[in-house]
Write a protein that binds this ligand. Structure first.
Ligand SMILES: NC(=O)c1ccc[n+]([C@@H]2O[C@H](COP(=O)([O-])OP(=O)(O)OC[C@H]3O[C@@H](n4cnc5c(N)ncnc54)[C@H](OP(=O)(O)O)[C@@H]3O)[C@@H](O)[C@H]2O)c1
Length: 294
């Protein structure tokens, strides 16, 4: 495993995205715990969760409680593991997602996450998504209050524009340590957010780094694209999975990128963790850049 900076701490260069362990089509408890343990065995020290990672309406916090149970059952030392959670979204149980960014909700949600995770302070608390009905400065102000109260140690923001990153930075200063946006070879519209984050020294956590597709993440609806072909060609040549090549490509974008691949099985996160051992050379990177959809 290789490690990267996240605020004042250091975490594994690949995180575990725990969402698939709690939402629709989730595995049973044993497989879910085995997946988290496989991540820890592979040296992963950053686990991404949210209070809204659940399926049915009455089970808010399912994923946080699962992670807390898995850490408690792990045989090894977990003191260096950072569980990064989020607040500001809800799941009414119909498959949809809601957004609530009022300070009152965020403060109550963080307190509830703290209890579920069973920690003294949340290591990294991320505002899940800007609420269009609440001024951004008000939502971010709630993170400031949570920091001052000692409920959270560091703050992150997610699904944000460059303007929202700048404004959050002006409110939170150095306590803002991360930006989590969707970013993958197939979805690159957060390129400006990635560049700004790197300039400001903020970790950039690409969510759905494989495009949210389990098998052949770079294939289009009617089969392989030129990008898919390039990622697969290099994977075959190196004897690794195309997912590892996608993650290695992300890691090469900036020394502050920490991809967050999801996993519903131990094998997926074991494979993803190995991507930190791949350094794509200039010719490979050029081939991939040329093949990416413009
Ligand atoms: N901030 C946000 O708004 C937001 C939104 C969405 C997601 N996220 C975060 O980002 C994480 C990742 O997103 P995601 O779960 O939607 O998508 P993803 O990373 O693209 O993963 C989707 C699926 O791909 C499969 N996979 C992953 N690594 C693999 C590998 N090396 N080889 C083969 N298959 C592999 C896994 O399937 P199996 O289930 O078969 O293992 C996984 O469930 C989430 O878990 C969550 O933590 C954040």
């Amino acid at each position: 495993m290789k490690y990267r900076p996240l605020g004042t701490t250091t975490v594994s260069a690949i995180a575990l995205g725990a969402m698939p362990l709690s939402i629709e089509n989730r595995p049973d408890e044993e497989r879910a715990v085995a997946t988290i343990h496989a991540a820890l065995d592979a040296g992963i020290t950053l686990i991404d969760t949210a209070d809204s990672y659940h399926w049915h309406a009455d089970e808010r916090g399912h994923n946080e409680l699962l992670i807390a149970r898995a850490l408690a059952r792990f045989g090894g030392d977990t003191s260096g593991v950072l569980v990064a959670t989020k607040g500001g979204r809800g799941r009414p149980g119909d498959g949809g997602w809601t957004v609530t960014g009022t300070p009152a909700h965020l403060k109550q949600a963080a307190e509830a996450s703290l209890k579920r995770l069973g920690v003294e302070a949340i290591g990294l608390y991320q505002l899940h998504k800007p609420d269009p009905d609440v001024p951004w400065a008000e939502s971010v102000g709630a993170l400031r209050e949570l920091l001052d109260a000692g409920t959270i140690r560091a703050a992150g923001i997610s699904n944000v524009t460059t303007d929202q990153i700048r404004e959050a930075r002006s409110i939170l200063g150095d306590a803002l340590v991360s930006v989590q946006n969707q970013f993958s070879p197939a979805v690159r519209d957060s390129e400006p957010a990635l560049e700004l984050s790197t300039r400001l020294g903020l970790a950039f956590l690409p969510w759905s780094p494989l495009g949210g597709i389990s098998r052949s993440s770079l294939d289009g609806p009617s089969g392989p694209t030129s990008a898919g072909t390039a990622f697969h060609r290099i994977a075959v040549e190196r004897g690794v999975s195309p997912q590892q090549i996608a993650l290695a490509w992300l890691l090469a974008r900036s020394p502050l990128v920490i991809p967050v691949p999801g996993a519903g099985r131990p094998a997926s996160i074991r494979d993803s963790a190995e991507a930190t051992g791949i350094e794509l050379d200039a010719a490979e990177l050029a081939e991939l850049e040329t093949a990416l959809p413009k």
